[in-house]
Write a protein that binds this ligand. Structure first.
Ligand SMILES: [Zn+2]
Length: 69
């Protein structure tokens, strides 16, 4: 297990975000254009939009977990 991921370049705390479930990229960021969303800067996939940042992160990580076999 690796816990030394370096996430994001937007000044946010990214350590809690899992890598992209689609391309495996660790370049995953959480931003808030209108509502919070977690997205991959490499393949541009977007997680569920949430009004709370924690919810967006939780939804992203849950999505990753569901893909895990
Ligand atoms: Zn990706």
């Amino acid at each position: 297990m690796t816990t030394s991921f370096v996430h994001g370049q937007k000044g946010d705390k990214m350590g809690e975000l899992k890598p992209c479930p689609f391309c495996g990229s660790e370049h995953v960021v959480c931003t808030k254009p209108t509502t919070w969303q977690v997205w991959c800067t490499d393949c541009k996939c977007i997680g569920p939009w949430k009004t709370e940042r924690e919810d967006a992160i939780e939804a992203w990580n849950k999505r990753v977990g569901e893909q895990d076999d």
